[in-house]
Design a protein around this ligand. Structure first.
Ligand code: FE
Length: 240
């Protein structure tokens, strides 16, 4: 949004939940984090989910015509959100790392840190730029566990979570992108986040999170996390 009449802060006042949307294709299963989900009708119940066209889950939903919505609990750890929100199913077998069941539609249902799930059969697809809005009739729904549903605001404010580049609410203009070519300018090395590509530069440090400029990566506290995606120190690699 570059138009001066469009203030992105206004867009950020819209309320959302946080979900894992899953699907299947030819015996494979995948899922991804989404905040872009809403119920659109009650009789019968229908859900609308906006999914990025580049996502593997998009390919799976397009192919199978079914998807499942897993409602995350506030207890969901950042590791779970990172797994489904910042990694692609093309490189990571996401469901080898979580507990799940297969629901009546064949879609996987995440059973840890979720409070409910709904499965839907796609009736309508709306093309909308980078995303497709899949509208599906709910064919199964159940409560999985106790807890409060995680809202997008809780994720951003309490967990200090970031927005993946594939999300409808991603703001490319404020995203931190790693430089294409990184020059060594000091004795201390730079480190790149293997999850999101954010680069830690010891000359700059991470002042917002307590690391003064001039702090070597090795000297960051053990509980320091990537300010972009929340990955731990062990998920960083030295920049060659
Ligand atoms: Fe990161």
């Amino acid at each position: 949004m570059t138009d001066s009449n469009l203030n992105p802060e206004a867009m950020f006042t819209i309320g959302y939940g946080l979900y894992v949307i899953t699907s299947r294709k030819d015996g494979r299963i995948n899922g991804q984090i989404s905040n872009a989900l809403m119920q659109v009708t009650d009789t019968p119940p229908r859900l609308a989910a906006a999914v990025n066209k580049n996502a593997l889950t998009h390919e799976f939903i397009n192919h199978s015509g079914v998807f499942a919505v897993n409602v995350l609990s506030e207890s969901a750890p950042m590791s779970l959100i990172r797994l489904f929100g910042f990694r692609s199913g093309r490189e990571t077998e996401k469901f080898s790392q979580v507990s799940y069941e297969i629901g009546p539609t064949g879609c996987p249902i995440v059973t840890d840190h979720t409070i409910a799930c709904m499965e839907a059969r796609v009736e309508t697809k709306l093309e909308s730029g980078s995303h497709t809005v899949f509208i599906g009739q709910v064919t199964a729904a159940r409560i999985i566990g106790a807890g409060k549903p995680m809202t997008y605001a809780y994720y951003r404010e309490i967990l200090r979570g970031k927005t993946p580049p594939t999300a409808p609410t991603y703001r490319a203009s404020v995203a931190v992108k790693p430089p294409k070519k990184i020059k060594e300018t000091s004795e201390m090395g730079k480190y790149v986040c293997d999850v999101c590509g954010w680069v830690y530069d010891p000359e700059l440090g991470d002042p917002e999170n307590g690391a003064k400029p001039g702090t070597a990566f090795e000297d960051l506290p053990a509980d320091w996390v990537c300010p972009e995606c929340g990955a731990g120190k062990d998920e960083f690699s030295p920049v060659e």
